[in-house]
Design a protein around this ligand. Structure first.
Ligand code: PGA
Length: 255
């Protein structure tokens, strides 16, 4: 499994179809020379095919913002991991906090989605966890992370070559403009890694898992996260919507 660090751009529902194509195009030049780090972009569903086509001769990969937990059938409005793979996705974000908040997604759904994505060859789930402000204020963060990991991943089996990314995104930091202190992120990532070690064994975690941070990362604060032992990458929202700024984030994190 690739042990390069990874940066994923989450474009959310923030830009139009034509802006998505333009942004993909704008990324090609600034990212051409970058080596030694994996980069993926997550456009809206409708733009996935166009963006995949624009980036097909580059090293940039495509990520979906969600997927359904069945592969095929009478599920109006849903999109399966298989379809996303066919459209060019290699990563699928599961259970982003905005889906938990606005679409009432819970960890039972997240578990089913993660399981199916893992069973779909060629796509990697990016499973989101993270506490809200109230949970943090009352010192419940570690328990929340433990509980979310148990619910999302408990009972799943990992074979050789299976890859899974856990994204730690403290909900209160997302879109706030202020990332959490790198030392605090490192601590939370360690809690996550130790919990995963308990659940699956250290060898499996070392081989199959990566743990990335998300929440108000930009080109100025990302350097603080460099070299931290348990931080394998970044999920970047707002700062990924401008090609120059996103390229700066990547360059600063890839030293
Ligand atoms: P943000 O979003 O970088 O704009 O805080 C991150 C995310 O929600 O994945």
């Amino acid at each position: 499994m690739s042990k390069e660090k990874i940066i994923i751009a989450n474009w959310k529902m923030k830009i139009s179809l034509s802006e998505s194509k333009q942004l993909a195009q704008d990324l090609i030049d600034p990212l051409k020379e970058i080596k030694g780090i994996e980069i993926a972009v997550a456009p809206n569903f409708l733009s996935v095919c166009d963006v995949a086509d624009i980036l097909k001769d580059t090293s940039l990969k495509i990520c979906s913002q969600d997927a359904f937990w069945e592969q095929q059938g009478a599920y109006t409005g849903e999109i399966s991991p298989q379809l996303l793979k066919e459209a060019g996705c290699e990563f699928i974000i599961i259970g982003h906090s905005e889906r938990r908040k606005f679409m009432m997604e819970n960890y039972e759904m997240i578990h089913k989605k993660t399981k199916l994505v893992l069973e779909t060859e060629g796509v990697t789930p990016v499973v989101c966890i993270g506490e809200n402000w109230d949970e943090r204020k009352t010192d419940r963060r570690d328990f929340v992370l433990f509980d979310q990991l148990q619910q999302a991943l408990g009972g799943l089996k990992f074979g050789q070559g299976d890859r899974i990314i856990v994204a730690y995104e403290p909900i209160w930091a997302i879109g706030s403009g202020t990332a959490i202190e790198p030392a605090e992120a490192e601590y939370a990532h360690k809690v996550i890694r130790l919990t995963l070690n308990d659940m699956f064994g250290k060898d499996v975690v070392d081989e199959n898992f990566q743990i990335i941070y998300g929440g108000s990362i930009n080109s100025s604060n990302v350097v603080g996260f460099l070299g931290l032992e348990n931080i394998d990458g970044m999920l970047v929202g707002g700062a990924s919507l401008n090609a120059e700024e996103f390229a700066k984030v990547i360059k600063s994190f890839n030293k």
